[in-house]
Design a protein around this ligand. Sequence first.
Ligand code: GDP
Length: 491
Amino acid sequence: MFDSLSAKFSTAFVSLRKKGRIKADDVAEIAAEIKLALLDSDVSLEVTENFIARISERTLEALPDINKGINPSQQIFDIVHEELVDILGGSARRIRYSKRPPTVILLTGLQGAGKTSLAGKLAKYLKDQGNTPLLVASDLQRPNAVTQLQVVGESISVPVFAPEPGNGVGDPIAVAKAGVKFAADKLHNIVIVDTAGRLGVDEELMMQAKSIRDAITPDEVLFVVDAMIGQDAVRTARAFLEGVGFDGIVLTKLDGDARGGAALSITKSTGRPIMFAATGEKVGDFDLFYPERMASRILGLGDVATLAEQAKKAFDNEAAAKLESKFASGEDFTLDDFLQQLEAMKKMGSMTKLLGMLPGVNSGAMKKQLENFDEGELVRTQAIVQSMTPVERNDPKVLNGSRRLRIAKGSGRAVSEVNNLVDRFTSAQKMMRQMRASGGRSLPPGMALPPGMALPPGMGGNSAAGPRPGQTPPKKKSKSGNPAKRAAESG
Ligand code: GDP
């Protein structure tokens, strides 16, 4: 997501960082580079020009002070960051709940934008927060839209109001009205109404969406748009704003190779905030849109806040506390504990996506390594551990040749892979014993990362996952009191 834009920002700042004092010419130079990067990423000309004018004006005004500081380029970087946050909408905007439930949310947008998928994602998100949403199938046009919504609803245990079969049959306005009434009667506190789109903006589509809006007076009208269509997203958004009106925007398909044009142009072009972002086809690939986090990602600062949130969601607090006390009391970390961690990591989703949130990972060599990251490794490692007996998982020392052969056969892997996993696990165990002996109290960074996983070199090996949320990594103990010797030791 936004990879090429990110790379261009990073190149622009690399040359600026090399300069000691910054002159007006340097500001003009970086402004020109950023302008080109934004236009290349399909950001609208108007938004780009305003953005460049703002950063140039702010930087030039502050230049005397900037040059007095110890790190002038960093201060310019901060200005660019702030302005990026601004064009992305400033602060995150949440759903406004109606004082008199149910809160009615109407989804509009073109066909294929991802409305029906989004209806499910939003319903799950709201349900996880303790709400009782109802989905209403008012897309009676697109083939299978009703069935699709029913399948999604079932998968997340959210009821779907679908009195009409769709595929061109039924009145979407009547269904929407009846759906809202049904929700009120059955005490659902939120109703999400899925509506039909068309392949392009047309009068009939606008009329239908408007009629549904007038019939159910929604608390929130959300415009759902595919981020991959770039500036077309802005044109479509403007047409919907005029034709139907909306309160917030949902950007979908941000996992694709969207260049950033839609995300960076749409808020300023419509005056409406981006409220949610969908980043995949699965029902969990969805989050609130945080302008600050997005700006950080674009500037190569990563998105550690989201990473920490996802880890917190996936890791069972009780299991984590148990593991920690086990560590503190001197018990060994076993392959069973490791299996539990693998499960949690699987819950967190794609490793490539997760590692992509680390600062600096999306640029240069790191990015190439990330692209080569083998997602199947987690599953293969899990299969190997699952093929072991409880005794073997508790004490890998019993793993002799014949046992290893049996495990390899059971998991469909080569014996060398089993050996590799056991070796890595044993060294991780040893490292933990040493840490404990040297007085470390908390789990070492990277405990969450399976010892058997082949992380791309240069990305921190087994410690790439960093400390678990809420933990500070234990300080490395120096082996020598002599700083020169110490430096030599650390290589
Ligand atoms: P609708 O016509 O607006 O209801 O669109 P759908 O919800 O049927 O989505 C159209 C296609 O886009 C489907 O194949 C979805 O699985 C896919 N899709 C929706 N959202 C996303 C997303 O965030 N990322 C990706 N990669 N695909 C998505």
